[in-house]
Design a protein around this ligand. Structure first.
Ligand code: NAD
Ligand code: AHE
Ligand code: ZN
Length: 369
């Protein structure tokens, strides 16, 4: 079949809207009509050539929601017409990682996914006879895409696509980092670095679990109002203080934060987030994705004296199990999404979504097909 898609033909070039050829689902795979997709900073990072796994030409996008239009042989867990959210972190429930109960990082198809291919080692997308690569196992910047059945979460049918697509990455990442990874406890002091599409979700989850002081840090002053809407109690712009940011935060938290989160992808900020933690018990969670080649460093003494440095992918969420629950949280009003969708675009306007993100003018842009 044919599908309209925004293709990344080359790094650092705008996406091009073209009609691709799409092969139907093979065994264990499903064809999904994507109804809406968010644009995450990770898409921009890959398009900018900063991802060591980035491949071109490819169909980016990993924050979608849609409807299953066909299933391949042997598919048992979902059926035609089911509403689904694609999962860049699948959940096979059979691999060593899934069975360990210790991680959400299913390894069943990670190797081929990282090569831009389906589990059988081929791509379903092509253009004028040339292979176009998949991205993060999702490729939601295509109106139709093919996914392994272990990489879709079935969701309730009354959830709107244009907002629940955000649960496919940003919402689950931010909320899950607080509830699953850091397990923030009531009464804690929390510091969130970077108040964008991820950081605001960390803030709202910190409020939800009953954190006390919730401090937001951003170099863009316009993020202060956004943060306050989602539970932030104090705002610091590091470019507008006399002290260094770590000392400022240590003062504000009476010795250091119980929990900090990096939602910037900047390795200098990651170090600040660790060092702003309380001696003896503070836990810093890295969510941001750093550019290829960047490394983090700190004095080992920071760890010897009890600070903990950890990371979180997709908020530690097990996709098929947890995503439908987060959709319920949204639909029941436990978490807020709608106001974070600042821009709704057509596929033809998708490059504007990247421009808005780079200019710091959007929280989430969503493309509606
Ligand atoms: P975004 O562009 O919406 O937000 C980033 C925010 O960080 C902006 O408000 C920006 O002003 C702020 N910022 C930039 N530099 C800063 C600095 N030096 N100090 C303080 N604030 C600073 O991006 P997003 O969509 O929220 O994504 C944030 C990061 O999370 C990205 O690196 C993205 O790739 C990553 N991410 C990771 C996962 C995961 O599973 N680990 C999932 C989604 C996104
Ligand atoms: N491919 C990159 C790393 C990119 C990365 O860390 N991705 C996050 C999700 S970001 C979503 O917006 C993730 O879940 N990683 C786990 C995984 O298995 O990819 C690199 O550095 O090679
Ligand atoms: Zn993302």
């Amino acid at each position: 079949m044919k599908t309209r898609a925004a293709v990344a033909f080359e790094a650092k070039k705008p996406l091009e809207i073209v009609e691709l050829d799409l092969e139907g689902p093979k065994a264990g795979e499903v064809l999904v009509e994507i109804m809406a997709t968010g644009i995450c900073h990770t898409d921009a990072y890959t398009l900018d050539g900063l991802d060591s796994e980035g491949l071109f030409p490819s169909v980016l996008g990993h924050e979608g929601a849609g409807i299953i239009r066909a299933v391949g042989p042997g598919v048992t867990s979902v059926k035609q017409d089911d509403h689904v959210i694609p999962l860049y972190t699948p959940e096979c429930r059979q691999c060593k990682s899934c069975l360990s109960g210790k991680t959400n990082l299913c390894t069943a198809i990670r190797a081929t996914q990282g090569k831009g291919l389906m589990p059988d080692g081929t791509s379903r997308f092509s253009y004028k006879g040339e292979t176009i690569y998949h991205y993060m196992g999702c490729s939601t910047f295509s109106n139709f895409t093919v996914l392994p059945e272990i990489a879709v979460a079935k969701i309730r049918e009354d959830a709107p696509f244009n907002t629940s697509c955000y649960i496919g990455c940003g919402v689950t990442t931010g909320v899950g980092a607080v509830t699953n990874t850091a397990k923030v406890t009531p009464g804690s002091n929390v510091v969130v670095f970077g108040l964008g599409g991820i950081g605001l979700n960390v803030l709202q989850a910190a409020r939800m679990v009953g954190a006390d002081k919730i401090i937001g840090v951003d170099i863009n002053d316009s993020k202060e109002d956004w943060g306050r809407k989602f539970g932030m109690t104090h705002f610091v712009n590091p470019t507008r203080i006399d002290d260094d940011i770590v000392s400022e935060l240590v003062k504000l938290t009476d010795g250091g934060a119980d929990y900090t989160f990096d939602c910037t992808g900047n390795t200098t900020v990651m170090r600040q987030a660790l060092e702003a933690c309380h001696r003896g018990w503070g836990v810093s969670t890295v969510i941001g994705v750093a550019e290829a080649g960047k490394e983090i460093s700190t004095r080992p003494f920071q760890l010897v004296t009890g600070r903990v440095w950890q990371g979180s992918a997709f908020g530690g969420a097990k996709g098929r199990t947890d995503v439908p629950k987060i959709v319920d949280w949204y639909m029941n009003g436990k978490i807020e999404i709608d106001s974070m969708i600042t821009h709704q675009l057509t596929l033809e306007e998708i490059n504007k979504g990247f421009d808005l993100m780079h200019a710091g003018e959007s929280i989430r842009s969503v493309v509606v097909y």
